[in-house]
Design a protein around this ligand. Structure first.
Ligand code: SF4
Length: 338
């Protein structure tokens, strides 16, 4: 049986038409699931009993479970147990502009970024769309508040699970779904170029973030194996194409690793790469872990790097640090079962 939380409204419309019912039943189902927060199909009272009986033989509305919640200042980390026992995590961050959730897209990740704690756990499987939707529903139920924005930046490479990610975005963006505005949804990729082209042709106004983390192939090859397949030149061409097609600004994520990618020469290379492009550079202070041989750039080095970019007119910010003390920061999400 398929989980109803993994269906877009379009897919449900097709389903209802295929069983001889009217399309608008899909909207009613969405209203029950996402507006009335009703999990029991039997309680969808504006749908005929014989249709409900049929639905009950074809769909479940089973939920993944919250196994643990770790709390820090302005941040909560949720450990979830999936129905097959696998574990994933999501992080809730309280900003002054609202609540944002960072969701996982896979169990483990095959991209192997050297500085990333999440990537140490190899990919076990992709998450189904319902498993990503339910991360948000469970967090909303837990905090009894609505989430304002979503970033797909937790465990996994979203573009390695492309179809489920697109479904997930459509479900949470739907006005009768979770109604999270497209401009409040961000997908982050380490640079799977064919999918960047595919994404640029979609009629979705969501934000794209690229985990660049290095401005030359020499540096990037050392820290991100994906660069050996899709190098920087090809990646920049794909980003330019995306910007030209969508007219949207792209976020460039750049984690600051001491003496690896934070030197003056790195800043100059980054300027050469990005100058004149409609991008916004987000410098991320690295969260050190016990396991990985990288250290954090100190404040002085981050400031120098920032100033160098700024003086050449790049849009740049230093990301506020979240959750380091509860291992909830970027790259530290990791299944506790490991
Ligand atoms: S940074 Fe992202 S893409 Fe890279 S290994 Fe970690 S989870 Fe995977």
């Amino acid at each position: 049986m398929k989980n109803l939380y993994g269906f877009t409204k379009d897919e449900l419309e097709h389903y209802f038409v295929s069983i001889g019912e009217k399309k608008y039943k899909a909207t009613q189902v969405f209203e029950w699931l996402y507006i009335h927060n009703e999990q029991n199909i039997w309680n969808f009272s504006n749908i005929k009993k014989d249709v409900l009986i049929k639905m009950l033989t074809e769909f479940t509305t089973d939920f993944i479970k919250i196994e643990k919640v770790l709390k820090g200042p302005d941040v909560k980390k949720f450990l979830f147990r999936l129905l097959d026992g696998e574990k994933i995590e999501a992080v809730l961050m309280e900003h002054n502009y609202g609540l944002s959730v960072c969701v996982s897209s896979q169990v483990g990740c095959n991209m192997g970024c050297r500085f990333c704690e999440s990537g140490r756990l190899k990919k076990v499987r992709n998450l189904d769309a319902y498993e990503i939707v339910e991360q948000i529903l469970l967090i909303q139920n837990y905090i009894k508040k609505k989430v304002n924005s979503v970033v797909i930046m937790g465990i996994g490479e979203p573009f390695d699970n492309y179809d489920n990610i697109i479904k997930f975005i459509k479900i949470i963006n739907d006005a009768k779904g979770l109604a999270i505005g497209a401009r409040h949804i961000t997908v982050s990729t380490c640079g799977l170029i064919p999918k960047i082209y595919e994404f640029s042709n979609l009629d979705l106004q969501v934000n794209l973030a690229i985990s660049l983390h290095g401005a030359t192939d020499e540096v990037r090859n050392k820290i991100m194996p994906v660069n050996k397949v899709y190098n920087i030149d090809k990646l920049i061409i794909a980003i330019r194409d995306y910007i030209a097609k969508t007219n949207r600004r792209v976020t460039i994520e750049y984690v600051m690793l001491n003496m690896v990618n934070d030197r003056k020469s790195d800043a100059l290379a980054l300027i050469r790469l990005l100058k004149g492009m409609n991008v916004y550079v987000n410098l991320i202070p690295y969260n050190e872990t016990e396991n990985i041989g990288f250290s954090k750039s100190n404040k002085e080095r981050i400031d120098q790097f920032y100033n160098c970019l700024k003086s050449e007119g790049l849009n740049v910010t230093v990301r506020r640090e979240f959750g380091g003390n509860i291992k909830a920061a970027c790259g530290q999400l990791r299944s506790e079962s490991e």
